[in-house]
Ligand binder design. Structure first.
Ligand SMILES: C[S@@+](CC[C@H](N)C(=O)[O-])C[C@H]1O[C@@H](n2cnc3c(N)ncnc32)[C@H](O)[C@@H]1O
Length: 357
């Protein structure tokens, strides 16, 4: 190579390297930004994100179910601070990455649901969609038992002899709020929700709709606290009234899918959860499952079918699904799915007479 050409190459190469590294960094930052802007903006839009991302790449999947199907008009006031009591912790994921980092740190003073900072955030949160859309239920902080008033459930339900309707993963509670308004005397309605801010919103909506006495939303990890809550709900102590209602109806609707194989253990329906339900549900009681993700419904269904001694599937074949929502009241997620003409997969189970220990 001749002088000037050699000179220009030796000058240009480092410049080109620096330039390409600058563009690469800029491109990465921009794409991250636009992704987060998209994630922020998406829930407020009516884009069919679930359809776009549900079977897409890894990063898209988080967004896919980050789309609450509705706008909650109500805001929460926070909740009372109560004592911690014990529950059954399950295995944690101690090496979570990225956004799970904070979740993995348990606060020694508060559980996530009675933390006054969360209540404060919920109060200020004028746009409820800003709260994180997914949490990792195996993170250490979500392995803590929830806090309940000393007198729960006596202080929340007017008549504990009524049968219990349990909705696991109730989110902002729209389904139970509608059901409890339409059929106020039929059940004591209980919704369980793991996301602290979201459950504050549900509690606020409950107060606004004046449905106290027959409906309660408890912030907790169902996989940690279900047994304790159902024990408190269904058993009587010596100085309390004799009869308590049974868990007659359980719904698990559109649970978080946790697509990645390594996240499958985060799914809410586990063998332990099915066993707990079997212990508290009487013969003839019903479990209703639905999801817009066929694989998720099939897996939940399999968990119940594996305990066929206690739960009888309405259909013999796993290829058959219940065509309609048996309750006639759609959940918020269901409304969004149906509006986009996406399919919903449903199954029901009936509790057999076998005694569960
Ligand atoms: C996709 S949303 C569906 C909400 C509602 N059932 C509906 O159909 O509109 C699933 C909900 O389950 C909650 N959830 C997930 N794991 C949970 C757990 N272990 N305990 C309690 N709630 C849980 C999530 O925070 C989320 O609000």
């Amino acid at each position: 190579m001749k002088g000037p050409t050699r000179y220009s190459w030796s000058l240009l190469s480092p410049l080109m390297l620096a330039g390409s590294s600058f563009f690469w960094t800029a491109a990465k930052t921009t794409s991250k930004r636009s992704l987060s802007v998209f994630a922020e903006a998406a829930p407020r839009s009516s884009l069919p994100l679930s359809g776009c991302f549900a079977s897409g790449n890894g990063s898209g999947k988080t967004l896919a179910f980050a789309v609450p199907p509705f706008r909650a008009a109500d805001r929460t006031q926070g909740c009372a601070t109560h004592r911690l009591s014990t529950a059954t912790p399950i295995a944690t994921e101690s090496h979570s990455k990225g956004s799970d980092k904070n979740e993995n740190e348990a606060d020694p003073e508060y559980s996530p649901w009675n933390d006054p900072r969360v209540a404060e955030r919920a109060k200020k949160d004028n746009n409820s969609h800003r709260s994180r859309q997914h949490v990792n239920p195996l993170a250490r902080k979500f392995q803590q038992p929830t806090v309940l008033s000393d007198n729960w459930p006596v202080d929340v339900f007017d008549d504990l002899s009524k049968p219990i309707f349990l909705d696991i993963g109730c989110s902002r509670g729209g389904f139970l709020l509608d059901l409890a308004s339409q059929r106020p005397g039929d059940y004591n309605y209980l919704g369980l929700e793991i996301r602290p801010i979201i459950v504050h919103h549900a509690q606020e909506r409950l107060r606004n709709r004046k449905l106290e006495g027959g409906l309660d939303f408890v912030g907790c990890n169902a996989n940690v606290d279900l047994e304790r809550l159902l024990t408190l709900l269904t058993s009587t102590s010596e100085n309390q009234e004799a009869t308590r209602g049974n868990v007659e109806m359980v719904t698990i609707q559109f649970p978080d899918p946790h697509f990645k194989a390594r996240h499958a253990k985060r799914r809410v329906v586990t063998p332990e959860l099915v066993q707990t339900l079997a212990r508290f549900m009487p013969e003839g009681a019903t479990v209703f499952l639905q999801s817009d993700v066929q694989l998720v419904l099939d897996e939940m269904r399999l968990q119940f079918r594996e305990q066929a001694e206690y739960f009888q599937d309405a259909h013999e074949s796993v290829e058959e699904y219940i065509p309609e929502n048996i309750l006639g009241i759609p959940t918020e997620r269901e409304i969004s799915v149906l509006e986009r003409d996406l399919p919903v997969f449903r199954a029901t189970f009936t509790r057999t007479g076998a005694k569960a220990v």
